[in-house]
Design a protein around this ligand. Sequence first.
Ligand SMILES: *Cc1c(COP(=O)(O)O)cnc(C)c1O
Length: 381
Amino acid sequence: MGFQTDSIHAGQQPDPSTGAIMTPIFQTSTFVQESIGKHKGYEYARTQNPTRQAMEKNIAVLEKGKHGIAFASGLAAISAIIQMLESGDHVVCSDNVYGGTYRVFETLFKKFGLSFSFVDTSDITRVERAVTPQTRLIFVETPTNPMLTLSSLEEIAALAAEKKCLTVVDNTFMSPYFQNPLVFGIDMVVHSSTKYLNGHSDVVGGIVLTRRDDLAEKLFYIQNAAGAVPGPQDCFLILRATKTLALRMREHEKNALALARYLEKHSAVERVYYPGLPGHPQHDLAKKQMSGFGGIVSMELGSLENARKFAEAVRIFSLAESLGGVESLVDHPAIMTHASVPRGERLRMGLTDGLIRLSVGVEDEEDLLADVEQALAAMRS
Ligand SMILES: *Cc1c(COP(=O)(O)O)cnc(C)c1O
């Protein structure tokens, strides 16, 4: 089936007791058993919930996977993956990962005898050099936030196969509509469903997708044993939202590309970062492993003062953390989302005080362009 047909139907059937076309919100903590140990496959809602299962199956299909294991947040999903490891194991991780991912690895999991090396995974020789006999996992985010640097899925999968370690790709930025890492031989994909999957800025959630039965079995075990499960109402909202994922992603991309092209020519903008621009250093890799370029555009405005003026002048864009919702947002990474990254480290990757990240929403293109135009004019006056 095509992506849109799957997004609307996969994992769902009309409710057998009523015919309701939408999967009900099974707002229950337990399920009545006919006799001792005789039940309909549902015992206790941490372990199984029908609304959650429908959502997990739906996204598993969209990611070209076999199993989906849902969690209460993106970070709970990432934590569950790390909980598969043993004390003494080593993880190689992209150095420009989501700040919360860096924080949970460095401040929580390190305490349990795990070690982490943060390297530029866009350069496979650096990844290879960081792998030790203790390395069990390679964790990659591509494209990265907010610099939009890509890592080669094919090269990472090949290296991991040779070194016998597992691979994880955080695919939050592209969503399953534009990139399917499992197809490239990556073992697990993780999403913050808070972002594009849900897309309406009203749920925090996470999910892991895989084709491998052995990994799914471990993850379902951790989901139940550690218990960071999402509630049924949130699962329902995400399941409803994936029905329009393709429509939303196409609009996000159309608006982002129009803005990126406009900003590229604007004299007040020093540099634009968007993988869909032919000038992006990895534009060819982007075309090879993604079917689109997404809705995030970053730009260099030259100074903190300029960034502040721009962020204060926008009217349709809102100044807020997060991304991937239908509404357009502006973020100042150095002070907002990436404040925990040491300054030297930030500057090394180009994350300056003048950098602004735009999460381009699905409002009318002309309105977004006009808003950015007037904000840049206000910045210069
Ligand atoms: C937001 C985000 C996360 C964390 O997800 P939460 O749902 O906020 O816990 C992880 N990775 C990326 C790329 C994100 O943008």
